[in-house]
Write a protein that binds this ligand. Structure first.
Ligand SMILES: Nc1nc(=O)c2ncn([C@H]3C[C@H](O)[C@@H](CO)O3)c2[nH]1
Ligand SMILES: O=P(O)(O)OP(=O)(O)OP(=O)(O)O
Ligand SMILES: [Mg+2]
Length: 506
């Protein structure tokens, strides 16, 4: 086991800048300045602004008191900052900051966590998990990845990606690409956004903090059991693999290992959303606070005086009842519920971080900080269960989700002619911005965002050194990514309007 030295995890190097002096040669403020620069790049990015019109739980919600991904992310940022401060305070009191290489990194530690929290959902497509499923189902059908991937049994609908006898190396690449394209994932898209699409040129440390899962999207086989949780979902795409390799190298992160502060971002998200979803459900009149209290009690089972349910939910409910005449009861209940939850769970998450420091530093702790046998975890679970059983399946929510699924699938159908074009014709369309024989495709192409087109052009320009047979396969990959980038980058409303316009349904 390596000795814990957090200064090795704080690289101020950036992927698209020349190498910099070693951290040890800089004074503390030089380091702070680098992370302040990251903050500015992130807060001013278009990806953060788009969060204001993306679904948290309720698609296409017009009531601004109900959370969007942006307001959710601000809440996660606050909880993340609180956990970070708690950890640093505890370590400071134990006199361990110096020995852990943290004494010059207190402010950067907090800042990196905060910004990771703010960014954690930037890759989510419109309509959240339903957008994700729509993209994966659509590509999954074309790629036919459910098949045994052998040339004899292959029913892939893309000729360039169909396996051929005697082309073992090329077939391996084809398989990877087919899996990669059928595993769109919000967290992987976030990595793609900061690296390739927006080219924010953040420090490696800041990017590593949003690498939530460590499985590549092209992964087809079983995952190593020691990393089962960390590889639960795809965390990055084939397209970003060279940048991830570079990042791992700079931060001494082994294969499949997670960056230590990512555990904090994850815990902050877990603490934030489960209360928020319930508050939004009350705002939407799906249930009243009294009904919610009853549902929570039912989930917990028999509550005892002094147990965590009593201390958190019981206290909030009692305070609300006692203050009926001078506080707004619903707001007061949720404020207290959050205050009580944070009071118990933030120190618990911080203590878990400290108790598991060696594994967390190495990035091998194969579970979430709050995923333990504690009462704290049990409390989060009952919040989540009530949301799952009584909010997400609400008829209005489900209907909107079906609509969202249809919108995303429909947009993919509409844009699919661009994927059918032969390589040479698509190259001409990209270079000349028009193609006489493809009037529909030309118009569709004009709708794609310029930023994403540039990322495609850049990626394709780097293919020249590859074997000739691989080049069109990679070109198809980046073209398909371009379509996924464009559609997943839309806000809910933009996707909905665009679909209605292009389907001529207005
Ligand atoms: N509408 C809706 N339907 C679902 O099936 C669903 N599953 C999760 N979520 C929301 C809850 C958290 O805020 C956030 C993170 O899980 O996403 C959902 N929202
Ligand atoms: O917030 P989401 O929708 O991304 O959902 P999650 O529960 O945070 O899941 P993930 O672990 O995929 O970020
Ligand atoms: Mg998430």
């Amino acid at each position: 086991m390596s000795e814990i030295d957090f200064s090795k995890k704080f690289s101020i190097e950036r992927p698209f800048s020349p190498p910099r002096r070693d951290l040890a040669e800089l004074d503390a403020y030089d380091i702070v300045r680098q992370f302040e620069s990251d903050r500015g790049r992130i807060i001013n990015s278009a990806a953060i602004r788009r969060l204001q019109q993306k679904t948290q739980v309720f698609p296409l919600e017009k009531n601004a008191a109900v959370r969007s991904r942006l307001t959710h992310s601000l809440e996660v940022q606050q909880v993340g900052r609180h956990i970070a401060k708690e950890i640093l305070h505890k370590l400071g009191k134990q006199g361990r900051l110096e020995a852990l290489g943290l004494s010059a990194l207190v402010a950067p530690f907090e800042s990196v966590v905060e910004m990771a929290c703010l960014m954690h959902d930037i890759g989510n497509p419109p309509f959240g998990h339903f957008g994700e499923s729509a993209i994966n189902d659509w590509f999954g059908r074309r790629m036919a990845i459910a098949d045994a991937l052998t040339p004899e049994q292959d029913s892939c609908r893309v000729p360039l990606l169909t396996l051929r006898t005697g082309e073992a190396a090329l077939n391996a690449l084809r398989c990877r690409i087919r899996h990669d394209l059928s595993h769109f994932e919000g967290n992987a898209q976030a990595i793609r956004l900061v690296f390739s699409l927006l080219r924010l040129n953040l420090t490696h440390t800041q990017v590593a903090c949003i690498l939530k899962y460590t499985r590549p999207a092209y992964w087809a086989g079983p995952v190593p059991p020691a990393y089962s949780y960390l590889m639960k979902k795809p965390g990055y795409y084939l397209a970003e693999e060279p940048l991830i390799t570079q990042l791992r190298d700079k931060l001494q992160l082994g294969e499949f290992q997670r960056f230590p502060l990512t555990y904090i971002m994850e815990a902050a998200d877990d603490i934030s959303y489960c209360i928020a979803d319930l508050e939004d459900a009350v705002e939407k009149k799906i249930f009243t606070v009294e009904q919610l209290y009853h549902h929570l009690q039912q989930e917990w089972g028999s509550a005892q005086a002094g147990d965590l349910f009593d201390l958190v939910v019981g206290t909030a409910y009692k305070k609300m009842t006692a203050a009926q005449n001078y506080r707004h009861p619903i707001d007061y209940f949720f404020m207290e519920l959050r205050v009580q939850t944070v009071k118990r769970l933030v120190p618990h998450a911080a203590q878990r971080f400290i108790d598991n420091l060696p594994q967390i530093y190495e990035g091998t702790l194969n579970q979430a900080l709050l995923e333990d046998q504690s009462q704290a975890n049990r409390l989060l679970e009952i919040f989540k269960n009530v949301a799952f059983r009584r909010v997400f399946n609400h008829h209005e929510v489900e209907e909107l989700e079906l609509q969202g699924y249809r919108v995303i699938s429909g947009l993919l159908d509409i844009y699919s002619p661009l994927l059918e074009m032969p390589v040479e014709d698509f190259r001409q369309l990209n270079e000349q911005d028009t193609h006489r024989r493809y009037p529909i495709e030309t118009r569709l192409f004009h709708k794609l965002s310029g930023k994403y087109r540039l990322a495609y052009t850049q990626a394709v320009s780097e293919l020249a050194g590859l074997p000739a047979a691989e080049q069109p396969v990679w070109e198809y990959y980046f073209r398909a990514r371009l379509i996924q980038d464009y559609i997943s980058g839309m806000t809910d409303l933009h996707a909905y309007d665009e679909y209605r316009r292009l389907a001529a349904a207005e």
